[in-house]
Design a protein around this ligand. Sequence first.
Ligand code: ARG
Length: 464
Amino acid sequence: MAGIQDNDTWSGRFSEPVAELVKRYTASVDFDRKLALFDIRGSLAHAEMLATCSIISPQDLQDIRRGLAQIEAEVVSGDFVWSLDLEDVHLNIEKRLTTLVGDAGKRLHTGRSRNDQVATDVRLYLRDAIDQLLELIQALQAALVELAQHHIHTIMPGFTHLQVAQPVSFAHHLMAYFEMLKRDHERLQDCRKRVNRLPLGSAALAGTSYPIRRELVADLLGFEAVCENSLDAVSDRDFAIEFTAAAALIMTHLSRFSEELILWMSPRFGFIDIADRFCTGSSIMPQKKNPDVPELVRGKTGRVNGHLVALLTLMKGQPLAYNKDNQEDKEPLFDTVETLVQTLRIYADMVAGIRVKPDAMRAAALQGYATATDLADYLVKKGLPFRDAHEAVALAVRYAEQKGCDLSDIALPELQQFSTQIGDDVYQVLSLEGSLAARDHIGGVAPPQVQAALSRARSWLQGT
Ligand code: ARG
């Protein structure tokens, strides 16, 4: 009888073999072999359940275990021979198993289809990936906390519209990224719950007529529960889309951070230096030190955003249940995971190696009238309505600009032209330190508040 065993036609149902070009077009083994170890894990659980339910014999189970153990060793050592003729990872492994253990190998696919098999494999893969990413996010957060700890009093300009706005501390600025990453961490944890459901047992689309026990397989594979509708289980990839959306947000956060590192490192800012190992030189301009890593992170964000759109588009026109379109979910998903793993890893190391230049930050904060809002608030506290205070300070800033000095360089009698309410105590308010200290509430930039934020961050890192 013809079949996958003779690598020629699918079955007696077919009268001619698949055309060579078509074989190449439809095969996925070149990329889905990445799922091999998850496929084996899933098969072991399935076989164990089949034996428990007396659908296969104890001897079959033993043979399957022995065969899969050998295949696992071959995959790990790189000795496994992958064949394009066998289309995908599932058929490659099944064929090898049958070669190794005979009929028991042919019985493994009882009550199962590649449709529920591949959905299970992808979920196992993604669950592992998420667990790894959760740790990597926290390692980066730990690096941020470590760097921030030294810079609670390092003052730099805070920007809006990339114009100097108000003074902030470098620590406070870094901790903004900690918060973003904390939400990213939460998002992945939440996504993991929906990834961690077992499709196996749904078979091709409608379930199976064998007396299977899906809960047992779910238990063996560490899934929280089974997918409760067979059509949905084999066909939807929303869990992968959701993951990729969370990944795109992580990359977006790191892309914004990268943009800042690039700006800060440019000699015009000169706020920081990135360790040489993250930069490259120019083949023509000897003076150059280019921030290649942050630039690539910014660039790779486009790639992950693209994967998200690819997966959404892949899904949108598919009728229930499984369609071969779904085979196209793997490359975007794998590439998203790999891009993220590498990016987070490199980022933690890069943040740890940032050298801060506090003098340049301070000099920049002193330009651009960063404490103008403080002067307005000061006048409000003296009884002026805020809009009047705003106008008085605007005129003072204009005056300082004409003189080419900072607000704090203007003598008291001159300042009093703008409001008679201004007294000697104004100079404390106009200082960078005074501006920081005044914002003394949760989420504010006052050093004790940032210190408290750092302690909260540390206990969160320890507690999760
Ligand atoms: N390689 C396939 C995929 O990735 C496995 C499922 C194939 N199922 C099918 N009915 N052709 O989706």
